[in-house]
Design a protein. Structure first.
Length: 230
């Protein structure tokens, strides 16, 4: 789906995820232009960048993407910097690039990190995992951009074939936050984290998302949210 840049400004990227989308699988892909038209939203402008919506974690003045965007677009730009400059032009905000998580098929940012506000992010708690070098790199990048971080539980195993345990992939609509629950002991901790960060300004509700997670994503993966003038 298109990414909302402003009230009546949407940009649609090229959806061509060769790493995990192939002809051997059956996918039902909707037409984003039709969805915009049916909902009486402004039609999107088009970008030449190859980029999945799941690889965008956005705040009001900045966006975080993984370096998968570099790999997917290097063939059509002269340099990595040109790729980022193009994305900044499309989204009209600062772009922060973090490394994709090792051996994770999608290369998406929304399964790794989410903005709490313009000054802080939520980050999967990977302190006990073997990929400490990834965490070290990400924390250095956050520090360089003056971004604080908060841990949220993460029990996803890269080879399990589903997204059970991916608490960071919650749904945020207005002042409502829906937190995935997976019949795990970490469910309670994930709710505690979300209530601590958002409870004063948002309604935080749990939702058993095991059935969605079996398909490889959770609530943010399965939704498209837009902001409309009241």
């Amino acid at each position: 789906m298109p990414v909302q840049v402003a009230d009546n400004d949407y940009v649609r990227f090229v959806f061509r995820p060769v790493d995990y989308y192939n002809g051997n699988q059956v996918w039902s892909i909707i037409n984003p232009v039709v969805i915009n038209a049916v909902n009486k939203l402004a039609l999107p402008r088009f970008s030449r960048l190859v980029l999945d919506g799941g690889n965008l974690a956005k705040a009001s003045d900045k966006v975080i993407v993984t370096d998968k965007i570099i790999a997917d677009n290097r063939y059509q730009f002269n340099s990595d910097g040109d790729v980022i400059a193009e994305l900044e032009k499309d989204l009209q905000c600062k772009v922060i690039v973090i490394p994709a998580y090792p051996n994770e098929a999608t290369g998406h940012a929304d399964g790794l990190i989410r903005f709490v506000d313009d000054k802080a992010v939520l980050l999967n708690d990977t302190h006990e995992e073997p990929e400490k070098e990834w965490l070290k790199q990400v924390l250095a990048i956050l520090s360089a951009h003056n971004l604080a971080y908060h841990d949220i539980p993460c029990t996803v195993e890269m080879d399990q074939g589903n997204a059970i345990g991916l608490y960071i992939n919650y749904l945020h609509v207005g002042n409502l936050i829906v937190v995935s629950q997976f019949d795990q002991k970490e469910d309670v901790k994930a709710l505690e984290v979300m209530n601590k960060l958002f409870g004063r300004s948002h309604q935080v509700v749990p939702y058993n998302a095991c059935w969605i997670a079996e398909y490889g994503g959770v609530l943010n993966c399965a939704s498209w949210t837009v902001t409309e003038k009241s």
